[in-house]
Every structure is written in structure tokens, then in C-alpha cells.
Design a protein around this ligand. Structure first.
Ligand SMILES: NC(=O)c1ccc[n+]([C@@H]2O[C@H](COP(=O)([O-])OP(=O)(O)OC[C@H]3O[C@@H](n4cnc5c(N)ncnc54)[C@H](OP(=O)(O)O)[C@@H]3O)[C@@H](O)[C@H]2O)c1
Length: 254
């Protein structure tokens, strides 16, 4: 029997939306473990700041401007990875965004498209292009960042809930379709994490209290709380797990 471990050194990983928040922390922890990390984002200045921050830790990474909702940009991103490394072992589909809406029926079409594009279509596009490169490397790991919003309605976040539910079904569909290609596809579904994305909630003391009241562990997550589940799913330790969602929410869905 082969001894499995969480050693990711020498692997090539793409973390979408790695210029801040959860994606940046995943990228940083992976780079510290010897992974060749690639991040992407829409704004060059955010990517540049992150590259500089990595340099202060003595770490290097590849940072590419790409909007994951646009297939030509995704294609160019994967081509750039192929040119530099010739392989891709790990894909973390981390990009996601939300715009609060009074209700789904009041959401305009443009807003619906924007939320679905960033969360769901983008995950589809990056996975589709990345899989060709992964197959050439003999397989790989895809980890999609979902949310507890995929399974629990949150007022004002209805369109996002629909999009993340789509991400979880896409996870299961890809898991089945890619199983014999040795590509595991799983997801991590966090509750609230302290990042810019959720700042309107955690920076308001009374809103934060309302949220924390629903979390048995009595606090919201820091990015580091979520990274462990991502690393596990990206490693050999999870080789026989596919189509699964790990909830990281301090017990709020229990
Ligand atoms: N924070 C939470 O409470 C929470 C809870 C549950 C789940 N999540 C999920 O966790 C993931 C990470 O969220 P976060 O809180 O770290 O968000 P964040 O702080 O807003 O960071 C988002 C990152 O994605 C990039 N990005 C956004 N749209 C993009 C696009 N279309 N193409 C390429 N890059 C894009 C951003 O860079 P640019 O702006 O430069 O493009 C940034 O690097 C998301 O999927 C989110 O839904 C978050």
C-alpha cells in the first residue's frame, strides 16, 4: 500500500481570484509548501501587490490578468500555464462575487448574468480549459469554492444562492465525468469568512452579532480556517474522494 500524504511540493496549481481574500491565503499556503502557484484576477494592480507581498515572504508566483467569465481570457490563461510549466496538477476555482438584491424577482437581468458568470460560468470555463492540460499530466485535483448559501437561503443573496447551488451540482457532474481520467472534483463550502467580500456584514457590530448567534463555534471564519480543507482535497490524502462538499462553517449547518 502506498503511503499518502499532504506533500504538494513540485505540483503546479492555479488559484483563480488569488489576488486577495481566501484565494490569496490558499495561494500563499501552497507556495510555502513548494507548489508552483499561478493566480489570476481582473485587475493588474491587485495582482502586482500580491506578487510583491509574496516576494517579502521569499516566495515567487505567476500572476496573470484574466476575467474567468470570458472564454478567450481563460484560454489565454491556460495557454500561458502550459507554456511556462507544461502541466497543471491542481485547480482551485475560487472566484466568486455577490451583489445584494432585495429579492430574486426584483433582480435585473444584467445583475443575474454578472453573478452567474462570476460564480458558475467562470467555474465551468476554467475547468473545461484546465482539464485538457490536467489530462496531459495524468490527472489532477479540482476544488471549487462554494458556500453554505448553496444549501441555505440567505435573504438578499438569492441569485448568489442559485449560482453556488449550480457550482455544487457542477462539482458532482464533473466528478462523475472525469473520474476515469484520475481527476477528482470536490468543493469546499464556507460560512462567513472575514474578507472584503463579506465586509459589509462583519464590519457592522450588530449584523456580526446576528451572524455569530447562528454559529455554534461562536465566531466567523478566518481565511486560514478554510485553507486546510482545500489543501486536503488538493492532496493525495483525498485520492478516493470525489463529488463531495466539505462544509467549513463552525457548525452552523449542523
Ligand atoms: N467571504 C465570505 O464570507 C465567503 C463565504 C462563503 C463563500 N465564499 C466564497 O469564497 C470565494 C472567495 O471569496 P473572497 O471572500 O476571498 O472574495 P474577495 O475577497 O472578494 O476576492 C475575490 C477575488 O477574486 C477576483 N475576481 C473577482 N471576480 C473575478 C473574475 N470575474 N475573474 C477573475 N478574478 C476575479 C478578485 O480580484 P479582482 O477584483 O482584481 O478581479 C479577488 O482576487 C468566492 O467564491 C466566494 O463566493 C466567501
Amino acid at each position: 500500500m502506498v503511503d499518502k500524504n499532504i506533500d504538494l511540493s513540485g505540483k503546479v496549481a492555479l488559484v483563480t481570484g488569488g489576488s486577495r481574500g481566501l484565494g490569496k491565503d490558499i495561494a500563499l499556503k501552497m507556495a510555502k509548501r513548494g507548489v508552483e502557484v499561478v493566480i489570476c484576477g481582473r485587475k493588474k494592480e491587485n495582482l502586482d501587490t500580491t506578487v510583491e507581498e509574496f516576494h517579502t515572504h521569499g516566495l515567487d508566483l505567476m500572476a496573470e490578468c484574466a476575467n474567468i467569465g470570458k472564454s478567450d481570457q481563460v484560454k489565454a490563461l491556460i495557454q500561458a500555464i502550459e507554456e511556462k510549466f507544461g502541466r497543471l496538477d491542481i485547480l482551485i476555482n475560487n472566484v466568486g462575487m455577490n451583489i445584494l438584491t432585495p429579492s430574486v424577482v426584483e433582480a435585473d437581468e444584467g445583475l443575474w448574468d454578472k453573478i452567474l458568470e462570476s460564480n458558475l460560468k467562470g467555474t465551468f470555463l476554467v475547468s473545461s480549459h484546465a482539464v485538457t492540460l490536467m489530462k496531459g499530466s495524468g490527472g489532477g485535483k479540482i476544488v471549487n469554492i462554494s458556500s453554505i448559501a448553496a444549501r441555505k437561503v440567505s435573504r438578499g443573496m438569492g441569485v448568489y444562492c442559485v449560482a453556488k447551488a449550480g457550482v455544487e451540482m457542477l462539482t458532482r457532474v464533473l466528478a462523475v465525468e472525469l473520474a476515469l481520467e484520475h481527476i477528482n472534483v470536490n468543493a469546499v463550502a464556507p460560512g462567513m469568512v472575514r474578507t472584503r467580500f463579506s465586509q459589509p456584514f462583519w464590519s457592522d457590530e450588530s449584523l456580526l452579532k446576528d451572524v455569530v448567534r447562528t454559529i455554534p463555534m461562536g465566531r466567523i471564519a478566518e481565511t486560514g480556517d478554510v485553507v486546510g480543507a482545500v489543501m486536503f482535497l488538493a492532496s493525495d490524502l483525498s485520492d478516493f474522494i470525489t463529488g463531495e462538499v466539505i462544509t467549513v462553517d463552525g457548525g452552523s449547518m449542523a
